[in-house]
Design a protein around this ligand. Structure first.
Ligand SMILES: [Zn+2]
Length: 203
């Protein structure tokens, strides 16, 4: 544990982002040497896991319940806020909403996100997240492979049917291998009488 004496200097929060894609949170801070860092969590919307993932520090996972984690949390818990006006003004949604009007609301939002991130990492469930997430990702991968195999099987059936039609057309003198569709010019869907690509049918 971090003792009172070793308590690291608080972060200075410069800007925050809450991304719509699954709910990633990014908190940009300066440390005591004014070096910029990013604390972030990705958001997940999987069939078996939805919510935020493990804490990342400059993009690298913070070992759960480690000395480093408690140090980062201690710095964040006592964070000071000095939001970056230039960063705000560079964003598209800032157009027509001057900093002077928005500063308090942004500050409230930044404090809220920092509190939410702390609650997330400090929660009891947090320690289970890597395993839950890993299982959910594996499950998703399995489902993705099954779906891919099913698509492949379906494509094989379609291809077989196409070859059968081509052989029939060939026997009637309507088709030679690699003949293109007279309408769209693609070869893959043309069987001498109809085209799966452009839906053209020979009259
Ligand atoms: Zn065609």
């Amino acid at each position: 544990m971090v003792t009172q004496q070793e308590l690291p200097a608080p972060f200075i929060v410069r800007s925050v982002r809450e991304c719509a894609d699954g709910g990633a949170t990014e908190i940009y801070v300066d440390d005591e040497n004014l070096v910029a860092h990013c604390l972030s969590v990705k958001g997940y919307l999987l069939p078996n896991f939805s919510g935020k993932g493990p804490l990342l520090y400059d993009g690298t996972a913070v070992p759960i319940r480690s000395e480093f984690e408690s140090q980062v949390l201690a710095q964040l818990r006592r964070a000071e806020f000095n939001l970056d006006k230039a960063d705000y003004e560079s964003r598209i949604y800032s157009r027509g909403r001057p900093w002077s009007e928005m500063e308090n609301e942004l500050l409230r939002c930044a404090r809220g996100l920092v509190q939410a991130l702390l609650r997330h990492v400090e929660s009891r469930r947090y320690v289970e997240i890597p395993e839950l997430l890993s299982n959910a990702l594996k499950q998703e991968e399995v489902e993705r492979r099954i779906a891919k195999a099913q698509r492949k099987a379906k494509d094989a059936v379609k291809e077989e049917a196409r070859q059968t039609r081509r052989r029939a057309s060939e026997a009637m003198g309507l088709y030679k291998p690699e003949d293109p569709c007279p309408h769209c010019g693609f070869t893959y869907g043309w069987d001498g009488r109809s085209c799966e690509h452009c839906k053209y049918r020979r009259g």
